[in-house]
Ligand binder design. Structure first.
Ligand code: ZN
Length: 298
């Protein structure tokens, strides 16, 4: 379903998760969360956000983009997590597009490349070569057929140095992993930054942009993109997490309690990893947090 305002339009493609080995504590197979990419387009040109992770996903997304019949000028990346850009290379090459991100995101992209052999390549196959080719743009702004696209830096949310893309002429924010929609949130970052305070501030910054529509990096394709609802639900998810961290004594109890409260949410693998990190950090305060995170993913 495409949404049109003036001469710009946007549409969302949601990729299926790549294959993955292993099962969750409740016996379900481990699967990554659905990954959303947004195409913002005018009559001739287009901008794509958050390309996915694997070559197969890039092919599926690329065919969808090609069918729109627009000239892809830029690929924008909201934050450094590999699931939002590892497949940028094949798409940039296919369409001759520039890759754009904030300076903070580019630094995080390099850090994610460094963790490829330790984490990403141990869990997923088919990730293409990932040279960091992204460039910054002056004043964090670029344009699409004369319409302004603004990169807004919102600080830490589910990772460090995250951004959102504000498209004022569409009343749209492409929110990366700052806002979620019907999908379990990746909570591990709270173990690094000491709670959900920075994430709540990031949500406030999105709300201050007064969008009507929000596309989330991870969303259930059955749900709409209503900004008010997704912001409220994202806040409530963090409030629930704080409450459950007080009342539940183990990662497994937390995992089960979240599923009971959010039975229809997708992405239980990410829920389990986040819970494992948060309780791992609590139970082993002397252990390096990077090792706890790696152990929770593998
Ligand atoms: Zn993500």
């Amino acid at each position: 379903m495409a949404t049109t305002t003036g001469t710009l339009t946007y549409d969302v493609f949601i990729n299926d998760p790549p294959p993955q080995d292993g099962v969750l504590p409740n016996g379900e197979p481990k699967r990554f969360s659905p990954e959303a990419s947004t195409l913002i387009y005018g009559s001739e040109d287009a901008v794509l956000t958050d390309p996915p992770m694997t070559t197969a996903q890039a092919l599926a997304l690329g065919d969808w983009v090609a069918a729109k019949g627009r000239n892809l000028t830029d690929i924008f990346i909201t934050h450094g997590h590999g699931d939002h850009w590892f497949a940028a290379g094949p798409l940039a090459e296919r369409f001759g597009a520039r890759v754009v991100a904030s300076a903070g995101t580019i630094a995080q992209m390099h850090a994610n490349v460094a963790t490829r052999p330790l984490l990403w390549d141990k869990v997923y196959t088919g990730i293409p070569p990932t040279p960091v080719t992204a460039t910054t743009v002056p004043d964090n702004r670029f344009t699409l057929e004369g319409h302004e696209l603004v990169i807004v830096e919102v600080g830490a949310s589910d990772s460090d140095d995250t951004t959102v893309l504000h498209v004022p002429d569409l009343d749209l924010v492409v929110a990366g992993d700052v806002i979620y929609n019907g999908v379990h949130m990746y909570l591990a970052q709270a173990a690094i930054v000491g709670g959900f305070g920075p994430w709540r501030e990031a949500i406030d910054k999105v709300e201050a942009l007064e969008p009507r529509h929000i596309v989330c990096g991870h969303q259930n394709k059955q749900l709409d993109d209503d900004a008010e609802r997704t912001i409220a639900e994202t806040r409530r998810y963090l409030d629930d997490a704080d409450e459950l961290l007080r009342t539940q004594t183990s990662a497994l109890e937390f995992f089960n309690a979240k599923i009971e409260r959010y039975p229809d949410h997708l992405g239980r693998t990410i829920l389990w990893i986040g819970a494992s990190v948060l309780y791992g950090a609590r139970q082993h305060p002397d252990q390096d947090i990077g090792r706890i995170i790696l152990g929770s993913w593998l």
